[in-house]
Design a protein around this ligand. Structure first.
Ligand SMILES: [Fe+2]
Ligand SMILES: [Fe+2]
Length: 291
């Protein structure tokens, strides 16, 4: 830290647009099925596995970035505060949804303990610089996940329960919105491509592994773990996700890359603009999720 101020790869209009803080709170209907996609319960289980992780991984990201806050130039510090507020809102809302998951799948308690121990260990034993590289890498993976989800939205969300679907899409849309911030903080702290790549790979492997284990627990409880169709679908999605995320990760690791150079998914970005601060709501997904 303490280097020359950087341009952070943003245009002046992007710098002038503050990150929004949306005071959104999701209310789940009584008796909501946590297996919220009837067409593709495997997808709901995979997304639920990621949801379970968020109150563990995102606080690690937040603590890492917050530790560098005092040493950032004012403009970046302001955007970083807004970024931290968005991340805090994400894992608060996932935590509430995860209560439904815990009630339905008691086996998830062990998986969650493992997640808690992992990120506590990372916080205590990894350097601040690694934490910042991890945060920047995590954001790159989240951005790729948002792009992949948008390109499969029609297939994956048809017939889904609107509130959990909205939770997931709101989170991904804000990941797109703040895609540059953790990268800029990491660059300000000295940057470095190899450590950034290591942070990105670590976050991807951890996310894939924990989501997989949590998904197995849920699929087993639902009696779906040993059905061939379950695995055919998962392999198909995993392959297409890999084709989205790997090129994006490779491009991100190239010298001179800045996340502002990546084009945003259009639907998510446009949908987020329709947030209503009066009611603290986003447009419902009824049209999207209709059978
Ligand atoms: Fe987030
Ligand atoms: Fe994020």
């Amino acid at each position: 830290l303490g280097r020359e101020p950087k341009g952070h790869g943003l245009t002046s209009s992007q710098r002038a647009t503050p990150l929004a803080h949306r005071r959104i709170r999701f209310e789940y209907p009584e008796g909501l099925d946590p297996l919220w996609s009837r067409r593709f319960p495997e997808f709901a289980c995979a997304a639920n596995g990621l949801s379970l992780m968020m109150p563990h991984v995102e606080p690690y990201v937040v603590k890492s970035v917050r530790a560098a806050l005092d040493q950032l130039p004012p403009e970046l510090a302001e955007r970083t505060q807004a970024y931290l507020a968005q991340e805090l809102a994400h894992h608060t809302q996932h935590h509430r949804f995860n209560e439904l998951l815990r009630a339905r799948y008691p086996g998830l308690a062990r998986v969650e303990r493992w997640m808690r121990v992992t990120y506590r260990w990372m916080h205590q034993h990894r350097s601040l610089r690694f934490g910042l590289a991890y945060a920047a890498g995590f954001e790159a993976v989240a951005y790729a996940a948002a792009r992949w989800t948008e390109s499969h939205m029609d297939e994956l969300f048809r017939g889904a329960e609107p509130v959990p679907a909205t939770l997931l899409l709101w989170h991904l849309a804000e990941e797109v919105e703040h895609k540059t911030v953790a990268f800029d903080v990491y660059e300000e702290a000295g940057g470095g491509r190899w450590l950034y790549a290591a942070g990105m790979v670590t976050s991807l492997v951890q996310m894939a592994w924990f989501a997989l284990v949590a998904m197995w627990v849920m699929l087993y409880a639902e009696g779906r773990l040993f059905r061939p169709i379950t695995h055919l679908r998962l392999v198909k999605w995993w392959l297409s996700f890999t084709f989205e995320v790997v090129p994006s990760m490779l491009a991100s690791a190239l010298p001179g890359h800045h996340p502002s150079g990546l084009s945003d998914p259009i639907w998510l970005t446009t949908w987020l603009r329709h947030y209503d601060p009066e009611t603290a709501t986003l447009p419902t997904l009824d049209g999207l999720v209709a059978e």
